[in-house]
Design a protein around this ligand. Structure first.
Ligand code: NAG
Ligand code: NAG
Ligand code: NAG
Ligand code: NAG
Ligand code: NAG
Length: 154
């Protein structure tokens, strides 16, 4: 009986630790030149030929797990390209015209600005410019498949 209750205590401790653990996935975001049909994302307007880069990679897809926080630290001034994280955005919009509850962060435009979004359910989300298509990519959020968070947290 006592070993059963101590097992329960351990199990509860693990569950509560697990549920409060949060992984913050941080990227430095810049706005970089890209080449149409090669490194520009689908839909990128040829009058810009630019897209966001995360940690130096042009428009990478981001994969997260439920509960993760996605953080962007902007290092380029982008007055007409607010960096936005959103849902329900048809391809290749990547957050163009996203508004209301589809916008998951506070869009940012100034070097030095940071923004975050918390993902509480699995699914396909996006990041990109709030005003123009083809300047972003997918944020795919999956259910945790392991005790990864337990170990990343410590
Ligand atoms: C991106 O770069 C920053 C700064 O070097 C680093 O702290 C962060 O962990 C990197 N993000 C990813 C997802 O690797
Ligand atoms: C963007 O690239 C396209 C195709 O390479 C080119 O026709 C266009 O002039 C470029 N636009 C700018 C603003 O450089
Ligand atoms: C992101 O994923 C989409 C859909 O699978 C794919 O078309 C695109 O090439 C990927 N982008 C990068 C940069 O890997
Ligand atoms: C939000 O975006 C949708 C789709 O682009 C548009 O129909 C709607 O008018 C927009 N709402 C606001 C308040 O801007
Ligand atoms: C992200 O999800 C979309 C839509 O389900 C899928 O087309 C794409 O391949 C996924 N990309 C990655 C990198 O998992």
């Amino acid at each position: 009986m006592s070993s059963l209750s101590s097992l329960l205590v351990v199990a509860l401790a693990i569950v509560s630790f697990y549920s409060v653990s949060t992984v913050v996935v941080t990227y430095t975001a810049t706005f970089e030149a890209c080449v149409q049909g090669l490194t520009c994302p689908e839909g990128n307007p040829s009058r810009f030929n630019h897209t966001f880069a995360l940690n130096g990679t042009l428009s990478p897809n981001v994969t997260l797990q439920v509960g993760d926080v996605l953080r962007f630290d902007l290092e380029t001034n982008v007055p007409i390209h607010p960096l936005t994280i959103c849902r329900n955005s048809p391809i290749p919009k990547f957050c163009q015209d996203a508004n209301g509850t589809d916008v998951l962060n506070i869009p940012i435009t100034k070097a030095g600005d940071s923004t975050v979004a918390v993902f509480t359910r699995p699914g396909t989300f996006y990041y990109g410019c709030n005003y123009h298509p083809g300047m972003g990519a997918f944020v795919n959020v999956t259910r945790p498949t392991s005790l990864r968070k337990l170990f990343q947290h410590v």
